[in-house]
Design a protein around this ligand. Structure first.
Ligand SMILES: Cc1cc2nc3c(=O)[nH]c(=O)nc-3n(C[C@H](O)[C@H](O)[C@H](O)COP(=O)(O)O)c2cc1C
Length: 313
């Protein structure tokens, strides 16, 4: 049975999306603070079912300009004892045109829809901005916000775009295009950048400056980690890919904290990485996050984790 069908059946036993402590962030109204992180609904075809499970926002993708198959299987490994995952999916996705068409078919979801965009694997880094711009243009009319993924470890060279100069250039191009598109469409779609947890403090400081100068609308921290700290005992720890779940929690919170000390509320932060309890969620909020996303705890705990977080955040 396909994921969309499975979630559709599950959604039948859950009430509709909940308006619990609605918040306004990036100029958008979120029915609640708990979102689904990118990578689960890569095609944007499961939004209504996921919305029924209580998520206030859903980030679809990562989607690239052209469809691509992703890496060979196996490419996803559950490290059961540590309740974590190593994945090297490699942006398997139907391409931006199909993604937009899929999202247009969603009918009942009342929350916020983010489009997480990336570059195709065979696009060299010097042309990466063209891929991001193409996705921005196509998604603009249907997206509530755009998440620019600079931090997947599974597309060779992608994280090099987090180098402060490259990030500044890309941000500048995207902001120019955004103001053009805002005029054409009569609506402003905020742009967030998604960063890795494997950033040194001085790198974070440099990026924070770039983001402030360039007028970034939001920051998503963080993606999966290349570290294997906390899973060294698991035979699967040698698998290549990004690690998610509890082992990334503290790293991600530290990155949020460091960014937050620079951004001082001027750019809102979406906190993601290893949230598997209300305590984890509250720590991220204390570190400076305005919104939260989960992925791995949803895989291990199912929809109950969404309810738990909604009740306590
Ligand atoms: C199987 C899998 C696929 C993912 N795919 C993407 C992706 O396509 N784009 C992206 O920005 N993040 C992707 N992520 C990262 C998550 O969005 C999230 O940032 C990360 O897993 C940390 O959160 P978590 O510990 O709650 O899972 C993926 C994560 C997993 C486990």
């Amino acid at each position: 049975m396909r994921l969309a069908e499975q979630l559709g059946i599950l959604a039948l036993v859950y009430p509709a999306a909940e308006f619990v402590n609605p918040v306004e962030v990036m100029g958008l109204r979120f029915p609640n603070r708990i979102g689904l992180a990118a990578g689960l609904d890569k095609e944007g075809n499961t939004i209504d079912a996921l919305g029924r499970l209580g998520f206030g926002f859903i980030e679809i993708g990562t989607i690239t300009p052209r469809p691509q198959a992703g890496n060979d299987k196996p490419r996803l490994f559950r490290l059961i004892d540590e309740k974590s995952i190593i994945n090297r999916m490699g942006f398997n996705n139907p391409g931006i045109t199909q993604g937009v068409a899929n999202v247009k078919k969603s009918k009942t979801f009342q929350g916020v829809i983010g489009f997480n965009i990336g570059k195709n694997k065979d696009t060299p880094n010097e042309n990466a901005s063209a891929d991001y711009l193409a996705c921005l243009r196509e998604a603009y009319s249907v997206a509530d916000y755009i998440a620019v993924n600079l931090s997947s470890p599974n597309t060779p060279g992608l994280r090099d775009l987090q180098n402060a100069d490259s990030t500044a250039r890309l941000l500048d191009l995207l902001k120019k295009e955004q103001s053009q598109l805002a005029k054409e469409h009569g609506k402003y779609v905020p742009i967030a950048f998604k960063v890795a947890p494997d950033l040194a403090v001085d790198h974070i400081d440099a990026l924070a400056e770039v983001f402030l100068k360039g007028g970034l609308d939001g920051l998503i921290a963080t993606n999966t980690t290349l570290s294997r700290h906390g899973v060294e005992q698991n035979p699967l720890h040698t698998q290549a890919g990004g690690l998610s779940g509890p082992p990334v929690c503290q790293m991600s919170t530290a990155v949020i904290q460091q960014f937050s000390s620079h951004l001082a509320g001027r750019i809102p932060i979406i906190g993601v990485g290893g949230i598997s309890s209300a305590e984890d969620a509250q720590e991220k909020i204390r570190a400076g996050a305005s919104l939260l996303q989960i992925y791995t705890s949803f895989i291990y705990q199912g929809p109950q984790i969404v309810k738990d977080l909604l009740n306590k955040c």
